[in-house]
Design a protein. Structure first.
Lengths: 311, 326
C-alpha cells in the first residue's frame, strides 16, 4: 500500500490503513493510555514468575526461607547449580529427554507427512473415510485405562516406544500439514508423473523440497510436545535411569521418590538447599526452550494460522 | 462415519434389492483406484495401523468396563459383569463429588479461558506502537511452550510459604497461607494458572481473523455515526464470530477432560474436596487401587459425555449461527 498523505488522512492513518477514525475523541485517547498500561501489566505479570524463579535459583537458601527473594537474587550463589549438575541422575534424565524427543519426533514426522500427503489428494477414493478415521479421534478417545492396558500388554513398558508410538500422530498437526499440501500447485507433480516418477519419488523429490517450511514447523510442534511430556514416562518407566528430566522435576516438586536422591546429594555437600534446588531444576529444564523460542516463534504462529484456514 | 465401511470393505454387498449399475460401479472404481493409486494407499498403511492400534483398539478396550478384568490377563477382560461397575460408581458418593468438581472446574475454565483471549486480542488490535504490540505477543505466547510440570513447579514456588504471594500477604499485614493445602483456594489457583498459560497463545487465531475484516465496513459504520465502541460491537465482533464459535466448540470438547495432568501435579489429599476430578479419580482407582474395570467405567462415562457435549455444541452452533466444525 502506497502512503498517500492527504488532508483528510493524517500520515499515521495512511501508514496503518486499518485505522478507522479521522479525529480522535478524548475518550479514545484516554482508552489508548489505559490500554497501554493494561498491556504493560500483562507483560509484567507473564514475565514475573520467570524472573522470580531465576532469582530464587541464584539465591542463598536462607534468604528464600526468610521470604526475601523476589526480583533480584539475594546472597548470590552458583553453588546450587553445581550441586544439581553433580547429580548423575539429572544428566542421565536429561540425555533421556533428548533421546526420547529425537526418536519420537522422527517417527511422528514420517507418519504425519505420509498420511497428510495421502489425505491431500482430493481425487483419491476413500479419502473422506481416511480423514474421518483421524478426525473422530479428536473428539472420542479410548481413555487412560484401556491405553495403559494396551501399551503394557504390547510389552512397550520401559522403552522409548511407550512414549513415541501411542502419540505418533497429532491430528491437529496432521490437518495443518494436509492444508499445506493441498495449497501446493498440482502441475509440478503431474509433470513429474509424466516424466515417469512414481508416487514415492514425487513425494520425496518434488513435494518435500517445496515443504521445508511446514516440515520445520511440524518438527517444532512435535519436538516441543515430546520435550515437555512427562505423563507417559511417569506411567510407563519404572526405573529412574529411564526417566526424562520432566519426571525428575516432577518427583522433586512432589517430594516423592526423588527425595532420596536429593537427600543424598545434599548430604554429601552438607547444604540444605531444597527450595533453591527446585528453582535451579526449573531453570535448567526450561532453558533450552527459552533459548530457541525467540528464533522459532514465528514458525509456530505460521503453523497454527495455516491450520486455522482449514481447521 | 458410515463411509468407513466403504473403505474397509471395498467389495460391496451382493446385489439383492437394487440390481442397478450404481451398485456395480463402486467395485470397478475401487479396483481401478487401487490399481492406479496403490502407492498412495501404501503410504497410508502405517498411519492407519497407528490409528487402529493406538486409538480404536483402546476404544474397544473399554469393554473391560463391562467385564471382570485381571491385570496381566486378557486385555479385554475375563467374563461379563454387565453394568455392575456403572451401578457401583453411581452409588459412590465420592464419584458425585468428583463429578461436581469436574463440572465446576470445567465451567470456570470456560468462563475465563474462552473470553479473555478475545479481550486481549481486541486490546492488541488497538495498539499502534508496533514494538509494544510485538513485545506483548512474544511474551504472552511464551508460557504456552512450557511443560505442565514446569508450570506446576512455578505455581508451587510462587505460592509456597516463603513465595511472592505470601510475601504480599504478609506485607498487607496478614498471616501466610499454605494455599496449596487449602481446598477453598484450589479453583482460583487452577484457573489463574490456566489463564496465565493459555490466554496469550489463544489470541493468535483472533488476531488473524481481525486482519481479514474489510476496512470498508468500518468506513461505512463511521459514516453512519458509529463511535469506536459501536464499531467494535457491530463490525469487529461479528467479523470474528466464526472463529469464536469454532474455538468455543473445541473448548467444550475438552470440557470433561479438564487439565488432568495439571491437577494431578497440583492437588494433594488435603485439596481433594475441590480438586479431585473424574480423570484424577479414575487414575487413582486404576493405578493405586488396581480397580481397572471400575476406572474404565468412569473413563467411558467421561468420554461419552464429552462426545455428547461437542456434538450438541456443534449442532446448536450450526442451527443458530451457521458456523460449525463439520
Amino acid at each position: 500500500m502506497v502512503t498517500v498523505d492527504t488532508a483528510e488522512r493524517p500520515a499515521e492513518t495512511a501508514n496503518r490503513p486499518r485505522r478507522r477514525g479521522i479525529q480522535e475523541t478524548r475518550g479514545y485517547r484516554v482508552f489508548r493510555v489505559v490500554n497501554g498500561i493494561v498491556l504493560t501489566l500483562v507483560v509484567m505479570v507473564t514475565l514475573y514468575p520467570f524472573v522470580n524463579i531465576v532469582a530464587r535459583s541464584l539465591s542463598d537458601e536462607a534468604y528464600i526461607i526468610a521470604g526475601q527473594v523476589n526480583l533480584v537474587p539475594r546472597g548470590f550463589t552458583l553453588d546450587t547449580y553445581q550441586l544439581l549438575m553433580s547429580d548423575p541422575l539429572f544428566w542421565t534424565n536429561y540425555r533421556n529427554t533428548v533421546f526420547y524427543t529425537v526418536t519420537a519426533t522422527v517417527i511422528s514426522i514420517v507418519m504425519t507427512t505420509c498420511y497428510a500427503y495421502v489425505l491431500s489428494k482430493k481425487q483419491l477414493k476413500g479419502r473422506g473415510a481416511l480423514v474421518g478415521i483421524a478426525v473422530f479421534t479428536m473428539f472420542f478417545t479410548g481413555g487412560l485405562i484401556p491405553n495403559y492396558v494396551l501399551v503394557t500388554s504390547l510389552g512397550l513398558k520401559n522403552s522409548v516406544w511407550a512414549i513415541a508410538l501411542p502419540n505418533a500422530i497429532n491430528v491437529f498437526n496432521l490437518l495443518v500439514m494436509k492444508a499445506f499440501f493441498e495449497s501446493l500447485p498440482t502441475e509440478l507433480e503431474e509433470a513429474a508423473a509424466v516424466d515417469g516418477l512414481n508416487t514415492y519419488g514425487i513425494l520425496l523429490r518434488i513435494v518435500l523440497p517445496l515443504s521445508k517450511a511446514i516440515v520445520a514447523t511440524m518438527v517444532l510442534f512435535y519436538a516441543v510436545a515430546f520435550w515437555n511430556s512427562w505423563f507417559a514416562a511417569f506411567l510407563y518407566m519404572d526405573r529412574q535411569e529411564l526417566w526424562p528430566v520432566t519426571v525428575y522435576l516432577r518427583n522433586l516438586i512432589a517430594g516423592a521418590t526423588g527425595a532420596e536422591n536429593v537427600g543424598a546429594i545434599t548430604e554429601a555437600n552438607e547444604v540444605q538447599a531444597e527450595a533453591t534446588l527446585k528453582a535451579v531444576t526449573i531453570v535448567l529444564t526450561t532453558l533450552p526452550i527459552l533459548l530457541v523460542y525467540p528464533f522459532v516463534q514465528r514458525y509456530f504462529v505460521r503453523g497454527i494460522m495455516l491450520g486455522a484456514v482449514k481447521g | 462415519m458410515s463411509s468407513v465401511t466403504t473403505l474397509t470393505t471395498p467389495t460391496p454387498s451382493p446385489d439383492t434389492t437394487t440390481p442397478k449399475p450404481p451398485s456395480r460401479a463402486p467395485r470397478q472404481t475401487w479396483r481401478r483406484a487401487l490399481r492406479r493409486d496403490w502407492q498412495l494407499y501404501s503410504l497410508a498403511i502405517l498411519p492407519l495401523l497407528f490409528f487402529l492400534i493406538f486409538r480404536y483398539l483402546p476404544m474397544l478396550g473399554n469393554v473391560i468396563a463391562f467385564r471382570r478384568f485381571q491385570p496381566g490377563g486378557n486385555i479385554f477382560g475375563e467374563y461379563w459383569v454387565g453394568l455392575r461397575y456403572f451401578k457401583m460408581f453411581l452409588n459412590d458418593p465420592t464419584f458425585w463429588n468428583v463429578f461436581t468438581n469436574t463440572l465446576v472446574l470445567g465451567a470456570l475454565t470456560l468462563l475465563f479461558c474462552f473470553p479473555l483471549p478475545i479481550v486481549l486480542a481486541l486490546l492488541l488490535n488497538e495498539v499502534r506502537a508496533r514494538k509494544l504490540k510485538r513485545l506483548v505477543q512474544s511474551v504472552s505466547y511464551l508460557p504456552h511452550f512450557l511443560s505442565i510440570v514446569i508450570v506446576a513447579a512455578i505455581v508451587m514456588q510462587l505460592l509456597s510459604m516463603d513465595g511472592t504471594v505470601n510475601q504480599l500477604v504478609r506485607a498487607g499485614g496478614g498471616e501466610a497461607i499454605p494455599f496449596l493445602q487449602r481446598p477453598e483456594w484450589f479453583r482460583t489457583i487452577y484457573v489463574s494458572s490456566e489463564v496465565w498459560q493459555t490466554v496469550g497463545w489463544g489470541t493468535i487465531l483472533y488476531l488473524a481473523a481481525l486482519t481479514t475484516i474489510d476496512d470498508d465496513l468500518y468506513e461505512a459504520a463511521r459514516i453512519d455515526g458509529a463511535n469506536r465502541w459501536r464499531q467494535t460491537w457491530h463490525v469487529t465482533l461479528p467479523g470474528i464470530r466464526p472463529t469464536m464459535v469454532t474455538l468455543l466448540i473445541l473448548n467444550i470438547g475438552t470440557f470433561m477432560a479438564v487439565g488432568f495432568e495439571k491437577i494431578l501435579l497440583l492437588y494433594n489429599p488435603l485439596t481433594y474436596p475441590t480438586a479431585d476430578v473424574l480423570s484424577t479419580y479414575l487414575f487413582r482407582m486404576g493405578f493405586q487401587s488396581s480397580n481397572f474395570s471400575y476406572a474404565a467405567a468412569i473413563g467411558l462415562f467421561e468420554a461419552v459425555i464429552g462426545l455428547i457435549l461437542v456434538v450438541s455444541a456443534n449442532l446448536i452452533a450450526r442451527r443458530t449461527v451457521g458456523t460449525s466444525l463439520w
